[in-house]
Unconditional design. Structure first.
Length: 577
């Protein structure tokens, strides 16, 4: 049986019956509740992976100027003032405890589900079945990384502003509504770069709804985008940073598209660390098929008068495209990541709602029931996936299980064991890292960490062997620091057995290694502090004072700062010049 072509605008000429209106409300409320309940366990999560770095960066922000022009501590890869503002709010509410950092993101994801229901009603229609897309969005496991991880929140916040902008742009009256949408678009840009797709998508909403383009609004969007680019360039100094990839770009891009589509359709084996797009022809072929089908569906839908479907396809592709910059410029440890799908998945949810509502009554009910069952399974998967983000140990255990051939995860897992004083487990993890895939820098870090482990165990010869092997790969300040500490330990042992000559020889060896360390990394406070202690031992009071004070000037914290101050107190006052 043939069906009529889908309407490009939701049916809004008459009010739905009271029962239908109530059903829409309840389905929307169910989607919002599902979002909150599914991610409620994230409130108990700790700080994981890069989260401690976020806390350091937040402490470096002391005012509005630091939000607009980030301090040196914040990497020059991204420009996200709004995200750091949300961190500051969380820090004000809860200090350095993780609770508020997680609560705020879960609340924002719940709000996004409500906003998606609103946008769905404006674009797709007010049938209860239209809310199924929002329900799937609310519970999809691909969102766990964005919602359960403090440092992954940028996509969630950007989505809030983009959803607000899109919903407001569907209104002709009052006029201020769409102008508010321009404002929320500006906020979206300050949350994450993905929002720049809005300069294309928002004006197209006028065509989607069969309206005459509102050129003043389009001009305002363009001016806002230009202002953002200027601000970004002024703050970061460059629009793009990183190392240009040498991989075949077209095949790699198609593989990335295939990867993302596969995770949306079948979200199993999710991992926070995907160092390379999986080899083989399957993903590039899937990516090519996806793009071909998307273009064909958009063309056919437009011919039939359906403008919503092409707009959703444009949303998906336009909001996914910025993530390819990570691949081209190698700006992150993972070329693909679950969180990059958060904003594009909004379009998929709208498309699902569009397809379901376009069906006739009986098949629509069956498909709706099937999708509700799927949503239940997705919710369970999300709850289970959230446990991975509970703490660093569980997180890195999951990473190494998903990517056992790469050294990075094993090395990080070893650090978690070291913090728990589980030295045997740490050694085993580091030995696995030595046999796994890593670049030169990664191998040096593994050898350095093994050297530190053996030094901690008083296995001095093994420690020296690891540090020396690291230097054979390439020179790094950590290795010289380790050899310096090793020499000081040998000096202590020699002094304890009464061998003063050997003790003095080892102290001089420590001095040479630490001076080399400081020459390579002149802004490393720990190296200056340790070199100052060595010079104090050698009775070089002036040299000791200079390096100990330099350590404090560079922002030494904790025990390093305390020891530096203690040594400085024992030194006589500097002679006036």
């Amino acid at each position: 049986m043939s069906t009529r072509p889908a309407r490009s605008r939701p049916h809004t000429s008459t009010e739905p019956p009271a029962a239908a209106a109530s059903a829409v409300w309840w389905w929307s409320a169910a989607a919002v509740a599902a979002a909150a309940l599914t991610f409620l366990p994230a409130w108990r999560n700790g700080f994981v992976w890069d989260d401690p770095l976020v806390l350091e960066q937040v402490r470096a922000i002391h005012g509005i100027r630091d939000l607009i022009v980030p301090p040196e501590l914040i990497p020059r890869f991204y420009y996200r003032p709004l995200i750091f503002l949300t961190y500051l709010v969380d820090h004000t509410l809860g200090g350095d405890q993780p609770f508020w950092y997680h609560v705020s993101v879960v609340a924002t994801h719940t709000l996004n589900t409500a906003l998606l229901c609103w946008l769905t009603a404006r674009l797709v229609g007010t049938r209860p079945t239209a809310m199924i897309g929002a329900l799937l969005f609310a519970v999809h496991p691909i969102h766990v990384e964005s919602v359960a991880w403090v440092a992954g929140r940028s996509d969630v916040v950007a989505a809030t502003c983009m959803l607000l902008s899109a919903a407001l742009f569907t209104y002709d009256r009052p006029r201020w509504a769409a102008w508010c949408g321009v404002g929320t678009y500006a906020l979206a840009l300050l949350a994450k770069e993905v929002a720049i797709a809005g300069v294309l998508l928002l004006p197209l909403l006028d065509l989607v709804r069969g309206r005459t383009p509102r050129w003043p609004l389009t001009t305002a969007l363009s001016a806002t985008t230009l202002a953002y680019v200027v601000m970004r360039h002024a703050a970061l100094g460059s629009a793009l940073t990183g190392t240009l990839s040498t991989a075949p770009i077209v095949v790699t891009m198609l593989g990335a598209v295939g990867f993302y589509v596969s995770k949306l359709l079948l979200p199993i084996g999710l991992s926070a660390y995907v160092p390379e797009i999986p080899d083989g022809a399957l993903l590039p072929v899937l990516g090519l098929v996806t793009l071909t089908v998307a273009v064909a569906v958009a063309a056919v839908s437009t011919q039939r008068g359906d403008r919503i479907t092409p707009w959703c396809i444009a949303w998906f592709l336009a909001t996914l495209a910025p993530s390819f910059a990570v691949i081209v410029w190698q700006m992150a440890q993972t070329p693909v990541a679950d969180r990059y799908l958060y904003v594009p998945s909004i379009a998929v949810s709208l498309l699902v709602s569009r397809v379901v509502t376009s069906l006739q009554s009986r098949p629509r009910q069956r498909v709706h029931a099937a999708l509700v069952a799927v949503a239940g399974l997705l919710a369970v998967a999300s709850v289970l996936r959230n446990r991975v983000w509970a703490d660093d140990l569980v997180f890195w255990q999951d990473v190494t299980a998903k990517a056992p051939a790469y050294a990075f995860g094993h090395r990080e897992l070893a650090q978690m064991y070291l913090r728990r004083n589980q030295l045997d487990e740490a050694e085993a993890a580091l030995n696995r890292a030595l046999g796994a895939k890593a670049d030169a820098e990664g191998r040096v870090m593994t050898l350095n960490n093994l050297g530190n482990l053996y030094l901690r165990r008083q296995q001095l010869d093994q420690a020296e062997q690891m540090f020396r092997q690291g230097l054979d790969v390439h020179e790094h300040e950590y290795l010289h620091n380790g050899l310096g500490r090793l020499a000081m330990k040998r000096a202590e042992l020699a002094q304890a057995r009464g061998d003063s000559a050997e003790a003095l020889r080892q102290v001089h060896l420590a001095q040479a290694q630490l001076e080399r360390c400081v020459a390579i990394a002149p802004n490393e406070p720990k190296a200056h502090a340790l070199l100052g202690q060595v010079l104090y031992t050698l009775n070089d009071r002036e040299g000791a004072r200079q390096h100990l004070q330099r350590a404090l000037d560079l922002g030494a914290e904790g025990g390093v700062a305390e020891i530096s101050r203690q040594y400085l107190k024992q030194l006589p006052a500097a002679s006036p010049r």
